[in-house]
Design a protein around this ligand. Structure first.
Ligand code: PRX
Length: 629
């Protein structure tokens, strides 16, 4: 396949070229695609404002490039292979031609419901093919999608819809998760009590759960497409028009809407997909993420379809009907590339080898990891029992803001090393800096990971608040994109990601801000103040530990706090441990000393260091005595 690096010296050549002449490097890749109008210049940028533009004044539609462009050669090839939650239900095979028709038809349906170019549309749906159709139909008419993970609460959904002033929500009646069926539409109804920008709701029927349909606002998906044309010429978009907004947590405040645009995102997700996974014609590729996260956007939908791949989309959970489900699906569909998160690997490892051993897994060529640091034990288990020591394991480091994989081995080309993301992709210029922003060169060094040159899928802004984008990513160090992660460069020059250096936790590969969870806990009437930290957790990577000061705490205060957090954010944010404390350790200026709380939560109370300068050193002892370890 064009643009695919096939050996180590090609990687080195491509990398060197991408640094010496980035514009020419990316321009050649961009030429793979159909542009309605060619760009005037490849890149305009500064990290000060920040202001980054790729393929300036180029015109295109990303869906033409991932659907129409493929019709002639691969119209009958499967684009989406959908595996349902229940293995007894039939799977679906949707060809490129069928997907094209579905997307065009739903584009027309959206237009008929009054949605047009530039409007924001929230997608709050289970993992059904229609969720992908929804994303692509938005992209085709130029509406901006914002997918919200269907596990988020009504409040979280309302906050996001309000922030981006969404005009419509696309949803479903319910969501099958293992043996459960979870209502979805009723969450939307509740969210809409709190936000008045949304004018219409389209509801896909999945679980046949009874729902309330509000006249004049709610329409069934199947009715919205009745008698609607399956042809629609894609809207012409500017390279820098918004493609989507995706909300993600930071160290302060509410989640922010990370903005990605059409041209650069298209080039980078395509190029990184092809090269990291070494996708070959005819392969079946499976990423187990949910489309509610960036991994689902870039590596279930956009990257694979741009490359003309067959992408498997899975509705269920790894442990239903039992902990062999992933492997059963791999064998059933002869999966060639498999991409999942360390938390899933650790959970399945804990279930025992009897769930993986019955499966052949001999179609697998590449296995991948994403979302959090993968510990060596999980790495070896995955490599040995899933990859049968035969598949390169690519540990891919990236972020919602980066749009695509930044640091990773290219499967079979760059030798891998357990728990190391390894080397940057062509076009990516990482550097490690000390706390003053000075570059730390050489081997065996560690510090804060930054990127010094723009790549095509870098975030452009945070929706409605450009200043927040500037402050969060571009002011920590001058002229650098600050990732918020710590990293080490080893003696071979390989990069190992050490985890976040800010107040962002990573719970089962999901990003969660400590402040966000604290704000939710503080909503409980008996809570006076709280402090939340992450602590090492065997399966989740990190667990959430909440220290709370309460007034007249009731007997079941912990359960009440958990349900409050569930109600405000979603059950993924529920604290694993809650400790009611008499006070929180504070500096003389009133700042909570999180360092101390992190040590206590990690069971390292013997390493607290000097606490005598605290405003209230006496609370530390009380907290240590009552700690849940
Ligand atoms: O801390 C890093 C961790 O996940 C963060 C980004 O989270 P999110 O935007 O939700 O995107 C997750 C999927 C790309 C990063 O700042 N992270 C992601 N991948 C890895 C990782 N940490 C270590 N190794 C990885 N491979």
């Amino acid at each position: 396949m064009n643009n695919r690096i096939t050996n180590l010296s090609e990687y080195t050549q491509a990398y060197d070229k991408s640094v010496e002449n980035p514009e020419q490097f990316w321009e050649e890749i961009a030429e793979t695609f159909q542009w309605q109008k060619r760009w005037d210049n490849v890149l305009d940028w500064n990290f000060k404002d920040p202001d980054v533009k790729w393929f300036v004044n180029g015109k295109l539609n990303i869906t033409e490039n991932l659907l129409d462009r493929h019709l002639e050669k691969r119209g009958d090839q499967i684009a989406i292979l959908w595996e349902p939650n229940d293995p007894k239900e039939a799977h679906q095979e949707i060809t490129y031609r069928e997907l094209h028709e579905k997307v065009c038809q739903f584009s027309n349906a959206l237009l008929a419901q009054g949605i047009g170019k530039g409007d924001r549309v929230i997608i709050y749906m289970p993992m059904v093919p229609e969720a992908t159709v929804a994303m692509l139909a938005c992209a085709r008419i130029g509406a901006v999608h914002s997918v919200v993970f269907a596990g988020f609460s009504a409040t979280a959904l309302a906050d996001r819809a309000t922030d981006c002033q969404a005009k419509m929500i696309l949803t479903a009646d319910g969501n099958y998760r293992g043996s459960k069926s979870i209502p979805v539409k009723s969450v939307v109804d509740k969210a809409l009590e709190k936000c008045d920008c949304v004018e219409g709701v389209i509801v896909f029927q999945r679980t046949n759960t009874e729902v309330n349909m509000k006249e004049g606002r709610d329409v069934w998906w199947h009715e919205s497409i009745e008698g609607i044309s399956k042809e629609y010429a894609a809207e012409v978009m500017d390279s820098e028009d918004l493609l989507f907004i995706l909300y993600t947590s930071g160290s302060t405040g509410k989640p922010k809407g990370v903005v990605h645009t059409c041209g650069g995102y298209m080039i980078y997700t395509y190029y990184s997909f092809l090269n990291v996974f070494q996708y070959d014609e005819g392969d079946v590729y499976w990423c187990t993420a949910d489309i509610g996260w960036i991994t689902g956007h870039s590596y279930i939908v956009y990257g694979p379809l741009l490359a003309g791949a067959t992408t498997l989309m899975f509705e269920g959970v790894p442990t239903f009907p039992d902990a062999g489900r992933f492997w059963e699906v791999c064998d059933k569909h002869q999966v060639n590339q498999f991409y999942t998160a360390p938390t899933a690997i650790r959970a399945l490892e804990a279930c025992g080898l009897e769930f993986v051993e019955p499966y052949k897994l001999d179609s697998l060529k590449v296995i991948g990891s994403v979302g959090e640091p993968i510990n060596e034990e999980a790495w070896h288990w995955y490599h040995e029992h899933v990859g049968k020591r035969n598949c390169p394991l690519v540990d891919t480091w990236w972020q919602t803001e980066t749009g695509g994989i930044m640091i990773s081995a290219l499967a079979g080309i760059i030798p891998v090393k357990p728990a190391h993301a390894s080397l940057p992709l062509p076009g990516i210029q990482p550097i490690i800096v000390d706390r003053n922003g000075n570059e730390i060169t050489g081997k065996n060094v560690q510090g804060n990971l930054c990127i010094k040159f723009p790549w095509p899928s870098i975030l452009r802004t945070t929706y409605g608040d450009h200043e927040r984008c500037r402050l969060t990513y571009f002011t920590t160090y001058e002229n650098l994109y600050a990732t918020g992660d710590g990293a080490k460069r080893d003696h071979d020059g390989y990069i190992r990601i050490l985890g976040r250096v800010d107040d962002v936790m990573n719970i089962s590969g999901h990003r969660m801000g400590t402040a966000e969870v604290e704000n939710a806990i503080d909503e409980h009437l008996q809570v006076i103040e709280s402090a939340v930290v992450g602590y090492p957790h065997d399966i989740k990577g990190q667990g959430i530990y909440a220290f709370v000061i309460c007034e007249n705490a009731s007997d079941n205060i912990k359960e009440e706090i958990r349900s409050k957090v569930s109600e405000i954010i979603g059950s993924i944010a529920k604290p694993d441990k809650i400790q009611v404390v008499p006070g929180l350790p504070k500096t003389r200026s009133g700042k909570i000393m999180r360092r101390i709380l992190r040590k206590i939560a990690a069971g390292e109370s013997d390493q607290l260091g000097d606490t005598s300068t605290l405003l209230n050193p006496e609370v530390v002892e009380a907290i240590v005595l009552g700690a849940e370890v």
